[in-house]
Each structure stands twice: as C-alpha cells, then as structure tokens.
Design a protein around this ligand. Structure first.
Ligand code: AHR
Length: 501
C-alpha cells in the first residue's frame, strides 16, 4: 500500500481559478456551430449563443476565455467584425481549412458570450500582421469610457458602456504563425506594441501577456525576458504581467500521423501520458529561467494552449482539427491540471485547446446534438480547486509503462477551500493495475471522506449514440479509521476526494 501524506498546516500558493481557463479560436466548428449559431438558428439560443453549450460550460465554471486565436489572431482585423452584419467583411480563414469567415462573430459577440458564461475576458491581439494603431484602437474601442472616436464607434454599433478586458495577449506564437520572428525581434516589437495597450480604467488594469516559447525552447524565454524585463520598475514586472507557454501532447510528433484519438494500444497510452507528464519539466525549467529575472514571481506563466493533438476524425476537414476524446484524454487533463496546481506559485493561467469541437475539447456538437467529453468531467471534478489554497502533499510513486515510455503510476494535488474542506485529486495512469493508498494527515484527524470518480477501460469514450459511457460517478469505497483513511483507485481513473476534518 502506498502512502499519501498531506500537511494541512503547510499552505502554499493560491490556485488561481484562471488555471481552469479555456481557449476558442475561429477554427473549424469551434466558434461557429459549437458556440455561436446566430439568432435565427432553429437551435435554441440567446443572442446567437447555444443554450445547451452555455449551460454545460457554466456547470464547469469556466473562469476565463481566450479569443480569437491562436494563429487566427495574427491575421484578425477586428474592425471587420464590428458594425451591422451586412457590412462585415468576408475573408478567407487561410490557416484553418481555407473556409470563408464572415465575421458574424466579432468583438460584441465575444463579450456577449463571456457575459453569458460569467467569465473573464482574454483577448489576443494581432502583432504579426496588424499595426500598433490597430491594436491600440481595439483597446480603446473595448475599454474607453468617454468621448473618443473608438468609444463613439462602439456606441454607434450598439454598446454604449465599455467592457472589461482582463487579459490582453500581444501576439500569438510569433516564433511561428505569428510572423516567424526571432526572440530578440519579437521582444522589441512587444515593448513597442504593449506601450499602446492603454489602461483607460484605473480600477481595472489590463494584464498584458507576452508571447512565450514553443514547448522546450528555453532560449526564447530567456531572450524575451532579457529584453522586456524592466529592473527599474518598482513593481518588478515592467512591461509584462504574463509570459505564455504553448505545449501540445502529440503522440507521434508533428510529422506524419500524429496518432489516432480513438484507436491506440498500450504503448500509445503510455507514450501519450509520458508526453503529458513532460509538462512538469517544462513548467519547472521555464520557471527557473523566470526566477532568474523575477524572483518575486510577479510575472505569471500563462500556459494558454495545452492539450492532446491527434489526427483529426476520419472524413472530417483536416483544417478543422476535430478529434474524439477518450478516457486517455481524461488522464491527460487530470495529470496536467495536477501539475498546474502544484506549480501555482508561477502558473497563473492555463487555457485548454480548445473549448468545443477542436483538439482536446470539453464538448462536441453535431447539429443540435451535444455531448460532454471525458475531459469535461475532469474540469467538473477539479473546479473545487479554483481559487483554493494549495496544500503541501506527497505520494509514493513507482515508475510504470512500457520499455520505451515510463510514467509515475499516480499523480496528485491537494487544496483547501474557503470552508476548510480538503480536496484531493488523483490520477492512476496504469492501464491495468489498481493502486491501494493510505492517506495520513499530519497533525489532523479525518472525520469523513466523500468521493467521485471518472473511470473506464482504455479505449472508452462518449459518442452521440452513447453519450454517457464515461461520466462522473460516486466513489464511496473509502475506509476511515483512526483519523486516517484508505482506498483503492482503479486503473485508468481520475478521482476526487473531499475530506472533512
Ligand atoms: O490550437 C491550434 C493552433 O495551435 C493555434 O492556432 C496555434 O496557436 C497553435 O499552433
């Protein structure tokens, strides 16, 4: 039996709710169909937003939504997406399937969606192909309260009051689709563009996010910080509040087949989870570089694209990145979110790619049908960690897997909520071995434990025909004795236990 030791008196960092954030791009059926069907659609909607999807997203308490991209962001010209619908410019979505983008979902629609979801807003600006003036005017359009050309245009377009922009990304993947820049060039451009991302509202400052590295490109992180970190700024953070990191779990790598989302073997299982576990190293090593410049940790690491990326579903448009989601993805999400929780002293926001119908989605739609994926259930179980306090914990692990791909058998993180309840989230990565665990609370005694679990066999998934194969179930096989407790977590499982002392 392995031991999980929790020390409730050792309170570590706050787990920002934004770690449970999402990303939705103008890509495939992510925005159009997935979220937005237009006011005249036969699908039930409020101001064009699908009611079923909004309700399911509210259930998991989406804290923040990043939009409009992704690669799309650095080709997006916001003016084309405001004003009367008939006048909005139609363009080609060159990155994603070459389809026509009619701009019917624009700035006003984004804020309407966020208000229905009750979430914060994260706008990604266009540094790659847009001008400083365009970026600056977008910020003025969204946030200025008074008489100005952009505020008046907003009013003429039907919204007198300004909106709140919580986060603003100055470019996306500028090392690649956002302009193929080198880090020194980007860093100087960042300094210039961010100057004009003005704070018009003294009580609500915009958090500015610089484009960070592609996976393990540590030199990008170093160079951008070297140029942009402002040592003379009394607040320490200088020109930026956050630096992003993008990392996808691509089982076979970027060239050739990435691997099937639904048809895989035990080796693929461990290969995928090994790549998910790699996030821990990435966060630690980028974090170490950030510590050299910013030891007070004033700049947040913003993992604003993460998730599994497989071959798209056979028969679908390859530019739409539509993929299924199995219990393996529930494990990818559970492992990754445990890593973010444990590094929440530096990781301040993360955004799964992408919310609906694209890559590792929490929801899939087909016409008027909608299903929750196994990943949705993980966000549902883990929502208890939002804004909770990370608690010191450790678990005995052993290495499991195949010859080629190893992973720890279990991962965990623990938090304390506002009512003093402890929440343990645990993953069992083994494809066939349950794990018996004894949990000990240092200097505290347990009164009761309740649980919920997401589990299945290796290839299990939800489909439109069978939407409830993988759901969250009650887990009551916990034995409380002498102030501690024992339980067995089955193979291929993600578990949430609530502990009352
Ligand atoms: O999420 C899909 C794409 O992946 C995004 O547009 C881009 O930023 C990344 O390469």
């Amino acid at each position: 039996m392995k031991k999980l030791v929790i020390n409730p008196d050792r309170k570590l960092s706050k787990i920002n709710r934004e770690i449970y954030g999402h990303f939705s791009e103008h890509l495939g059926r992510g925005i159009y169909e997935g979220l937005f069907v237009g006011k005249d659609s036969p699908i039930e909607n409020v101001n064009g937003m699908r009611c079923d999807v909004v309700e399911a997203l509210r259930e998991i308490k989406v804290p923040v939504l990043r939009w409009p991209g992704g690669c799309f962001a650095d080709e997006y010209h916001w003016m084309e997406g405001v004003g009367p619908l008939e006048g909005r410019k139609k363009m080609i979505n060159t990155h994603w399937g070459g389809v026509v983008e009619d701009n019917s979902f624009g700035t006003h629609e984004f804020f309407e969606l966020c208000s229905q979801l009750g979430c914060e807003t994260y706008i990604n600006g266009n540094l790659g192909s847009g001008t400083v003036q365009e970026m600056s005017e977008w910020v003025e359009y969204m946030t200025f309260d008074g008489v100005s050309p952009m505020a008046q245009l907003r009013e003429r377009n039907g919204h007198k009051a300004p909106w709140k922009v919580d986060f603003f990304g100055v470019g996306n993947e500028n090392w690649g689709c956002g302009g193929n820049m080198n880090p020194e060039y980007y860093a100087n451009e960042y300094r210039r563009y961010q100057t004009y991302v003005r704070d018009y509202n003294a009580d609500h400052k915009i958090q500015k996010i610089a484009c960070g590295s592609n996976g393990d490109d540590y030199s990008w992180t170093k160079e951008v910080l070297k140029t942009c970190y402002n040592h003379s700024d009394p607040n320490g953070n200088g020109f930026m509040n956050g630096l992003s990191l993008h990392y996808y779990v691509v089982p076979n790598g970027w060239t050739g087949s990435k691997g099937s989302a639904t048809d895989f073997d035990v080796n693929d299982w461990y290969k995928t989870l090994n790549k998910a576990w790699y996030m821990d190293e990435l966060v630690r090593r980028h974090g170490n570089i950030m510590d050299e410049y910013d030891p007070k940790k004033q700049i947040g690491m913003i993992v604003d694209e993460w998730g599994a990326w497989y071959d798209c579903e056979p028969g679908t448009n390859p530019g739409f990145l539509y993929q299924q989601n199995t219990i393996r993805d529930a494990l990818v999400a559970g492992v990754t979110l445990n890593i973010f929780n444990r590094h929440s002293d530096r990781v301040r926001m993360a955004n799964i790619a992408q919310m609906i119908n694209v890559l590792q989605s929490v929801i899939l739609t087909d016409g008027e049908q909608m299903i929750k994926t196994p990943t949705w259930y993980i966000f549902d179980m883990y929502k208890v960690h939002q804004d909770a306090q990370l608690i010191e914990s450790s678990i005995e692990t052993k290495e499991i897997g195949t010859e080629e791909y190893k992973v720890p058998d279990v991962t965990e993180s623990v938090s304390e909520d506002a009512e003093g309840k402890l929440h343990i989230t645990l993953t069992n990565l083994s494809v066939d071995q349950a794990a018996e665990i004894e949990t000990i609370l240092t200097d505290h005694k347990v009164t009761s434990v309740t649980g919920e679990i997401v589990t299945g066999s290796m290839l299990e998934k939800n489909t439109f025909e069978e939407p409830d194969r993988i759901v969250k179930k009650t887990f009551d096989a916990v034995k409380v004795e002498n102030g501690s407790f024992t339980f067995t977590i089955p193979a291929c499982s993600v578990l949430h236990l609530t502990v009352i002392r």
